[in-house]
Structure formats: structure tokens, C-alpha cells
Design a protein around this ligand. Sequence first.
Ligand code: GLC
Length: 551
Amino acid sequence: MSNPTRTNDAANDSWWRSAVIYQVYIRSFADGDGDGTGDIAGLRSRLQYLAYLGVDAIWINPWYPSPLADGGYDVSDFRDIHPAYGTLEDARKLLAEAHQLGLRVILDIVPNHVSDQHAWFQQALAAPPGSPERERFVFRDGRGEGGSLPPNDWYAAFGGSTWTRTPDGQWYLHLFAPEQPDLNWDNAGVRAEFESILRFWFDLGVDGFRIDVAHGMAKDPALPDLGLTEFSVIAGEGQEGHPHWDRDDVHDIFRSWRVIADSYPDPRVFVAEAHVRPGRLADYLRPDQLHTAFNFDFLKCALEADKLREVIDRTITDLAKVGAPATWVLSNHDEARHVTRYGRAHTGVTTPMRDQGHSTDLALGTRRARAAALLMLALPVGAYIYQGEELGLYEVEDLPESVLQDPTWERSGHTVRGRDGCRVPLPWTGDTPPFGFGTFVSAAPWLPQPDAWKSYTAEANQADRTSMLQLYRSALRLRRTNPGLRGEEFRWLDSPPGTLLFERGTGLLCAVNLSDQPIPLPDASSPLIASGPLGKDGVLPPDTTVLLHWD
Ligand code: GLC
């Protein structure tokens, strides 16, 4: 491997513990061939930007062949690249170039379900009830007269029943859209196939996988009714003994995956997407299972000192029990961008995928997003950045209905717009759309960008010393150069109500003021970096974070 940082010493084997991982939503990152859709060529052309930003790795959302019924989370072939994004040869080049720059590459694996166009599902439809082809999925007879009612009362994440009827009368299970039939993880063939897929990409040189819906793969074979009368993913995730979320038997799958990851001389890593009850995440991160996980409690938390403190404490304590590193995340491709969320009266996420239509103060949201970003990057030890947050992008809430693609829009009977507003193609340069999204020429981007994004391009950010991009770059540089920030030490110090104060390593403090009054900075401290202007006489204004050197 040409990357000088990829040696096999012990410290390097655990690069992932303190990594800052940048999420590339490939369809919207950069468009190399000018067709309006992001692709591998576009990503390759912007790798220098990511290296200069100072992240350690990238996580690429699904790039496999897919009908894109759910933005690529409906995979029709796990061993190839969607033609709109490029080829396997492009993927090889990307891996080599990223590694040259010291960037690790994590892919997204979607093991809970496949596309209804996947060969396995097509074979299952063509095969009779009870056949081995159907055993790979969850087919059941219906209830009621002639089996015309779904086998149980479960709700799908995008709305409607989790069951769709096939022409021969049987029903198949899909926790998400009907185009995403769930696999049966009690089936040995399913398990073997995914182990082989992991090896395929590891052999190609990928450094790890983010595991989609890791908490949903195991189901109670009895498929009991839930007794819910309306859609409630959250209630389901919070319930003990739930028949399809966070079941204990899911952990066996990850134990066998870990053996595969560890069999490589440069061990590969797994990141869990697991929406689970407080206290349950650590089970996924036991030493013989997955490496890290997204901290959705932090993402969803209101920007209030007491609540954040509780989440931070719980995260660090819970994960320390299994020796897993804490991670922090503010946004991703499923949630309204945090500039927008923090500009609202209620800053927490209450209904994932459905959080929209509130009045927003973007200036306030941006100030708070800066404070939250500096807090996130000061916490121990891992963090995730969603593409565009470093540019200060906000949620595009006024996309025309005609362009909406999220399955939630159709499945909710056009009542819930869904997640397209955080997936709008990135603005890079220039004063008018497509803002350099196509690196040479460009058709209209697959989702339209707001005209106002001319002041949010990477170019405009670059030119402004006080921009969001400069804040992220400076904070990431400080993480690299200050051992206190890279290590795992963390200690709370007393601070006024509505504020947070903690020490990282020796002599490095982070103060966050989320109250409505300025607060004095600690004695004998000098600012290293702040999310906004500090007040005269060394006070920390509201909605501001500062990192301080402390004698
Ligand atoms: C995960 C993905 C989301 C997708 C869903 C179904 O939650 O992050 O985008 O729609 O799984 O695969």
C-alpha cells in the first residue's frame, strides 16, 4: 500500500478510535461528468479539498447499482458501482488516491434489505411459496378471508404497512419501502453471501463499513403484532422485547463479521447505524463486535447545557464499559441540517425524517451551529461531519414538490416531504447554480440549489477568514496538533447554569455558553479558537464556544 500512514503498528491499527470521518453523499458531492449527478470522478477531483479540510477518513453512502427508490439504500448488486457514479476501476483509483492522501475510505453496507430488482428477490417472486428462494426473505400468508390482510400490524419507516402482497397471494416484509424487501438473517445463505461481499470490498482495499440499520436485521420469527395504532418508529425502537428492533440475536451476526475484519493484516472497521434505547448501544460495541457507532442521542439532543451534559456523560460512561470510543455527530443525510434545527425554538430532533415546517432564524442557527461544531470537535474522541455542514449549509425546505424523491413523500400521501432538503448538491464555486457542482460542465443538478447558496460555496467560504469552513479547518488542525484533544482525557469543571466547561488533557479547556447572558472566561486562560467573536473584557457571549489554553 502506498500510503505512508498505513503501517501495521498498534497505534495505527486503532486510527478509527479518534478519527474525524467525513460523510460523502456521493449523488450530491461533486459531479465529474456533468450529468447533474455526483460521481466517483467528482469525488476524486475534490479529495485534496477533504485532505486539506483535515479529516481522517470518508464514509461514502451506497454507490452500488440501484433503482434509487431510496437514494441507493435499495441495492440491486452489492459487488459493482452504479453506472451513474462510475465503475469498479474508478473505485480502485479513488481508493489509491485517497490512501495516498492519508484518507481512509469506509463504504456503506445495506444488509437488512435489498432492492426488489436484486436477482435474489426476482428469483423469489418467480419461485413458489415455501421454496428456498423465498426463504432468503420474509414471505408469509396473509390473514383474514383469502389471506387478504397483512400478516401483522407493523408500520414501515416511510409510512404504510411493512407488508406488500405478491401476485400469487403471499406477502413479503419490508421495514422500509416496498422496493426494499427485508432479508431473512436466519438463513445461512444470506449470512454467507454478506460475508463474501465484505471480503470482496476489503480485498479491494476499503477500510471499513458503515452498517445500515444494524439494529433491524434480526426478527422474531413469530412476527407478533405490535398493537400500535399509528406510525411510530421511535416508540418501536424504545420498546423492550421488540420483535424487529434491537433484538439480542442480532449480535451473533456482528461477531462473525468482526472475525472477517480482523483477519486482514491492516484490520478493517465497522461503524453501526443503530437507533436503540439509551444504554443499549454499547452492546454493539463489545470487543468482539463492531468498532464504533453514530451517537444519535447527541444528534437529536436539544442545544441546552443540561441535556447535552447528560448525553455526553452517558455516552462516555456507557461506551467506556466496553472499551469503545465515544463519537459525536450533528447531521447526516436523514435529518434536517443542524443550522436549520438550531435556528428553531425547539432545537432537538423529536420525529426523525419528519422534522420540518417550523419557523427558522438562520443567523441564530448558524451561530449555534458554529458553537456546536467546536464543542463536537473538542469532545473525546471520534466525530462525523456531514458534507456541506463545513460550508454552513442549511436545510432546503422549499424544494418544489415535483422534484421530491424521498419515498416518504409518496408513502405519506404527500403529507411528509422527507429528507431531500439535506441532500441538495454542494455549491463549490461561482455566483449562480450549479455553483461548480459539475466540475467542468454541468446539467442541472438532480435537486435544485437555492440562489442564496452563492455565499455558501467552498470558494466564498475560502475567501472569508471568519467562515464556517475556516472554523472547521482551524478546529481540525488544532485536534491534530494538540495532544490533549486527540487523547481520551475528559473532566467537567464547574460553570454557571446554561453553560458547559470541561478540560481535555492538561491545560486545555472548552467553554460553551448556551445561556442568554455573557459569562466570564476562566482565570488564567487564553483563547486558542472561538466559534464567534469574544466580548470585551474576555467574556464569552451567548451561543459561543471557545477553546482555551489554561495555565
Ligand atoms: C438508514 C439510512 C436511510 C435509509 C434507511 C433504509 O436509516 O440512513 O437513508 O433510508 O436506512 O435503508
